[in-house]
Design a protein around this ligand. Structure first.
Ligand code: GLN
Length: 275
């Protein structure tokens, strides 16, 4: 019985991904004619505005020269080059991603954004391009070694992030915590950890690994993970022409090795999953 349930669940997840950029998303297109002009609009405008939380290394973040760089930025820049448009980068608050898209301040969210059902309802999502897990990171000197050790302790997460989904999905863990604090971004969350304002941060593994290396000896990542995730690019609901075009170049770049090469530059290995 359990096996059957698992199979049904798996089929549902596959169906959800198969529906990426699918026609039925067209319903909510803002265009008065009801037609999806998203790709033509971007080409006419000559630019694609990418929205990101600029404190999310190595996907998209401000480097020491205050320049926004990262894996997603390099991939998006190459996709834009192949599409014949300019890439424009627009930092936004992660908690406002749906609002920023709907008000057309940005054309896409491209920043290690995790697939979830709520986002699939509200946006048109690309094919998945990378896997991620949600992990708990603590100070290296901490006595905390397991999720159970965090009972009665304070955990910080980024507001609007899927770290919240991961914690909700682990009820026992959530109930065991003294407090769950939400801050604007992961830089702030790690700062809280360092000044002993909290005991752990739950965040994307790819970001946690970046800081493990950058600030060697400062942190440790707990072995138990909280959730397995897929990264996707988010577009306005119904803009599947643009979504499909971006997906087409992602596939092309997987085939010609560009994606693997960009991943190796930023992550030291190929973590991409586009086929
Ligand atoms: N992967 C997390 C999410 O999608 C965090 C992404 C981010 O802050 N850029 O919510």
């Amino acid at each position: 019985m359990k096996k059957l349930l698992k199979l049904i669940l798996m089929a549902m997840v596959i169906a959800a991904f198969a529906a990426c950029c699918s026609k039925k998303d067209n319903e909510n297109t803002g265009n008065v004619t009801g037609q999806d002009t998203s790709l033509d609009d971007i080409k006419a405008k000559g630019e694609l505005v990418l929205g990101l939380d600029d404190a999310f290394p190595p996907m998209g973040f401000k480097d020491d020269n205050q320049e926004i760089v990262g894996f997603d930025i390099d991939v998006a820049r190459e996709v834009c080059k192949r599409m014949g448009v300019e890439l424009v980068i627009q930092p936004i608050s992660w908690d406002a991603i749906k609002f920023e898209l709907s008000t057309k301040n940005i054309d896409c969210i491209w920043n290690g954004m995790t697939y979830n059902e709520e986002r699939a309802e509200a946006m048109t999502l690309s094919i998945p391009y990378m896997k991620n897990t949600q992990v708990a990171i603590v100070l290296a000197a901490s006595e905390v070694n397991t999720l159970a050790d965090l009972a009665g302790k304070t955990v910080v997460i980024q507001n609007g992030s899927t770290a919240s989904d991961a914690i909700d999905a682990n009820e026992g863990f959530k109930d065991s915590l003294k407090e769950l604090v939400k801050v604007d971004d992961n830089v702030q969350a790690l700062l809280d950890l360092k000044v002993s304002g909290s005991d752990a941060v739950v965040m994307d593994e790819v970001v946690a690994r970046y800081y493990m290396e950058k600030e060697a000896g400062t942190y440790k990542i707990l072995k138990e993970t909280l959730a397995d995730e897929d990264y996707v690019v988010g577009f306005r609901k119904g803009e599947e022409a643009l979504c499909t075009e971006v997906g087409k170049y992602l596939k092309e770049m997987a085939e010609d090795g560009t994606l693997a090469q960009i991943s190796e530059t930023w992550m030291g290995e190929d973590l991409t999953t586009v086929e």
